[in-house]
Ligand binder design. Structure first.
Ligand SMILES: [Zn+2]
Length: 444
């Protein structure tokens, strides 16, 4: 299904276009017609255009989230491809990269095609599927990576599980490098982690929660960097949580190794201090760590050691999360709040500049996985997000577009709200409550 605006040209007038190199803003009019974006000073719209007067709103390249769990097939009580991509569009994302740990696992070309078809039917954020590295995520037998790539897999990952066998990981890196694809590594040593549920430190001791030391992440990242060195492959470290991991990736990059990393909004904003209330919306894998880790993650994002913000959007229906901390599943939803959460927590206080945040949520993650991003350019394919930096949101569970509301931002006030999301020329999200927006269909 296409949005209602498909046929008519759409104009966003008087928006501030953010230059991602200089950080400067320039007021322009944007015309979206036949999938193409025009960036102009003209006020001459084609007849019948839908015109939105968006003075003071910010226009940026469409955001891309390279780590989401859409739960379909098999987990439709928590999310579907349709609801997950609608949630993403609401968060300003024109595209998402979906993980393979569904039921069944995305480990055959038919599975990849299924995800692509369902996403196309939904007509919201575009989905770039990741396929499994090993059959059934069992960590033993490699998938048919060449066929999976042919079917449309953009990368490979057993995310949710760690590939514990280094020999399997070695071969995965060898095959994927022939395809020039990335292996996204979920870096948690499952034996060392055991039954751990919280970062090992003062808080886990105080609260009586089974601990997860930083070494759980460090040993896998160290191993994978060594295997990149051995194979010439490419590893992308998912959801980096430790200061020490940032240091390892930085060092690997300085030696020219093809290692990249991403960080989630929740690891950039919260620490294990948030566990004091045993709220299961702060339980995730890897766990929230300490302030020194959080500051190192922000620095890594600033420096570009971590190229991407990725949400690890992990919907869980209330019936699963509404239980004691030990028993609750890991993960939180993230797409709908990501930009606003980071604008509020990092950009407004001056910890990160706006252009860097936008870069790490759009062009840079696209480059990590080799996904084509047209950018926000005159004559390019229309793929953009329009943000109301002054817009505020008192986040409540009932507000979520996605099927689950397991968000650590419930109760927070966020600023910087995506108002329009445009993918492939279609308006895939439009905030109905934009007070500044004046919608007028010009009559001929
Ligand atoms: Zn993961």
């Amino acid at each position: 299904m296409k949005s209602e605006n498909t046929k008519r040209p759409v104009v966003f007038s008087q928006v501030d276009v953010l230059d991602l190199d200089s950080g400067n803003k320039e007021t322009k009019n944007l015309l979206v017609q036949d999938e193409t974006l025009r960036v102009t000073n003209d006020q001459d719209w084609p007849e019948g255009s839908l015109v939105y007067d968006l003075k003071g709103h910010l226009a940026v390249p469409g955001l891309l989230d390279i780590h989401v769990h859409l739960r379909e097939p098999g987990g439709e009580e928590s999310e579907t491809i349709a609801t997950g991509t609608a949630a993403a569009a609401r968060g300003g994302f024109t595209g998402v990269v979906s993980m393979a740990n569904t039921d069944p696992v995305i480990d055959t070309p038919q599975d990849v095609r299924y995800v692509l078809e369902r996403a196309k039917e939904a007509g919201k954020a575009r989905v770039h599927p990741i396929a499994a590295v090993t059959m059934g995520l069992k960590g033993k037998q490699l998938t048919e990576m060449f066929d999976l790539a042919d079917a449309g897999a953009v990368a490979f990952s057993d995310d949710g599980m760690t590939i514990m066998n280094a020999e399997v990981m070695r071969r995965a890196l060898e095959y994927s490098s022939m395809l020039d694809k990335v292996i996204v590594t979920h870096a948690e040593d499952c034996h060392l982690k055991g039954q751990g549920v919280a970062h090992e430190g003062y808080m886990s001791t105080k609260l009586g929660l089974r601990p997860i030391p930083r070494a759980v992440e460090e040993v896998i990242v160290a191993r994978d960097i060594r295997l990149v060195e051995l194979t010439g492959g490419r590893v992308h470290v998912a959801h980096v949580s430790c200061a020490s991991t940032v240091t390892m990736i930085r060092e690997a990059q300085s030696r020219g190794l093809r290692v990249t990393g991403e960080v989630t909004p929740h690891h950039l904003v919260f620490t294990d201090q948030a566990l004091a209330t045993y709220d299961t919306n702060f339980k995730m894998a890897p766990p929230l760590r300490e302030e020194e880790d959080r500051l190192a993650l922000i620095q890594g994002l600033k420096d570009g050691v971590l190229q991407a913000v990725a949400t690890d959007h992990a919907p869980h229906a209330e019936l699963f999360k509404d239980t004691e901390f030990d028993a609750a599943p890991n993960g939180v939803v993230g797409c709908e709040t990501a930009f606003a959460a980071l604008y509020t927590a990092l950009v407004e206080p001056g910890l990160l500049d706006l252009k860097t945040l936008v870069r790490r949520m759009s062009l840079d993650p696209a480059a990590v996985l080799g996904i084509d991003h047209p950018g926000l350019r005159d004559g390019a394919k229309a793929n953009l997000t329009i943000i109301d930096l002054d817009g505020t949101w008192d986040v409540k569970a009932a507000d979520f577009v996605g099927r689950s509301a397991n968000s650590p931002w419930i109760g927070s006030t966020l600023r910087g709200l995506p108002r329009f999301t445009v993918e492939g020329g279609d308006v895939i999200f439009k905030d109905g409550h934009t007070s500044q927006a004046v919608e007028e269909a010009l009559t001929s």
